[in-house]
Write a protein that binds this ligand. Structure first.
Ligand SMILES: [Zn+2]
Ligand SMILES: [Zn+2]
Length: 255
C-alpha cells in the first residue's frame, strides 16, 4: 500500500498544505489539499473520498474538486453530520453549486454523498474502510483501511483517549494528529488534539494493548510551532525506542 501525504498541516501557505492522505492513488482521506496537492490528471484517478469531520480544514478542497471532476460522480463517505455541514456551508448552491445534486449545467451530480455509521465497514475497490469514533468537538471518525493483510489507521483530528480502538485494530501504520507543542498541552486538551506528550501516552497504551508499535506518521502540525513540536517528537521517539515520521507535503510511506 502506498500512502502519499498531500498535506500535513493545520494551516496553509506556499510551503504548507491542509491535511489530505492519498492511498494507492485512488482513495483520499480528508480534503484539505485534494486539489492543491494533486494535478488535474491525478484528481481524475480518485475513486472515493472519506471525510473525518466537518471542520473547514478537512472539507475545503471539496468544492474545487467537484468543479474539476464534474463530468463523473465521485462517492464521498462521512458521518451524516459531516455531510450536512458540507452541503449547507460549502456546496450550498450559493457560494458554490450544489454538486451533490443534479445541477442544471451538469450531466450528472459530481458528488454522491454516502453517510456511514461507526464500526460499519464499507468496501471500495477492494479496500475495506471502517469508521471508528475519535475525540473531537464535532462528531468525528478515524478510518481503518485494510486490503490484503495491509492495514493503516488514520485518526483524523483527535484528542487523547484512543485505548478502546487499539483493542479492535492491528495497523502496520498509524497516522495520528499532533497539532500543538507540549507548552500548549492545555489548549490541546481543550481543542481535542494531541501534543507530543499526549501522543506518547497514546503510544504507550497502544504498546501495552497490542505488544508492538506500528510505523508512526504524525500530521496536522501547527506551522507556527513546528520547530518545537519536531524537537519534542524526537525526544518521545527516543524515549519509546521507535521512529516517529513527521511527514511533510508529498512524502510517501509504504506498508
Ligand atoms: Zn478538527
Ligand atoms: Zn483539522
Amino acid at each position: 500500500m502506498e500512502i502519499r501525504f498531500l498535506g500535513t498541516h493545520n494551516s496553509e501557505s506556499d510551503s504548507a498544505r491542509l491535511v489530505s492522505v492519498l492511498i494507492d492513488n485512488i482513495i483520499v482521506l480528508d480534503a484539505g489539499s485534494i486539489t492543491t496537492g494533486l494535478s488535474f490528471t491525478e484528481q481524475k484517478k480518485i475513486k472515493a473520498i472519506f471525510l473525518s469531520h466537518g471542520h473547514y480544514d478537512h472539507l475545503c478542497g471539496m468544492p474545487t474538486y467537484a468543479f474539476n471532476n464534474s463530468s463523473r460522480t465521485t462517492p464521498v463517505f462521512a458521518l451524516a453530520e459531516t455531510l450536512d455541514m458540507l452541503k449547507s456551508h460549502l456546496i450550498d448552491g450559493k457560494i458554490y453549486p450544489a454538486f451533490s445534486e443534479k445541477v442544471a449545467f451538469l450531466k450528472n451530480k459530481a458528488l454522491q454523498l454516502i453517510s456511514i455509521k461507526l464500526f460499519k465497514s464499507v468496501e471500495v475497490n477492494g479496500y475495506i474502510v471502517m469508521p471508528v469514533p475519535v475525540n473531537h468537538p464535532l462528531p468525528a471518525t478515524g478510518f481503518v483501511i485494510s486490503k490484503e493483510g495491509k492495514c493503516v489507521f488514520y485518526t483524523g483530528d483527535t484528542g487523547p483517549g484512543l485505548t478502546a480502538i487499539w483493542e479492535n485494530i492491528a495497523p502496520q501504520l498509524l497516522i495520528i494528529d499532533t497539532t500543538y507543542p507540549d507548552k500548549l498541552g492545555k489548549t490541546a486538551l481543550e481543542a481535542e488534539h494531541l501534543c507530543p506528550g499526549l501522543l506518547k501516552i497514546e503510544l504507550m497504551e497502544f504498546h501495552k494493548v497490542k505488544g508492538y508499535l506500528p510505523q508512526i506518521a504524525v500530521v496536522h502540525l501547527y506551522p507556527r510551532y513546528e520547530k518545537a513540536i519536531r524537537k519534542e517528537l524526537e525526544m518521545v521517539a527516543r524515549e519509546l525506542g521507535t521512529v516517529i515520521n513527521i511527514v511533510t507535503e508529498d512524502q510517501k510511506l509504504f506498508i
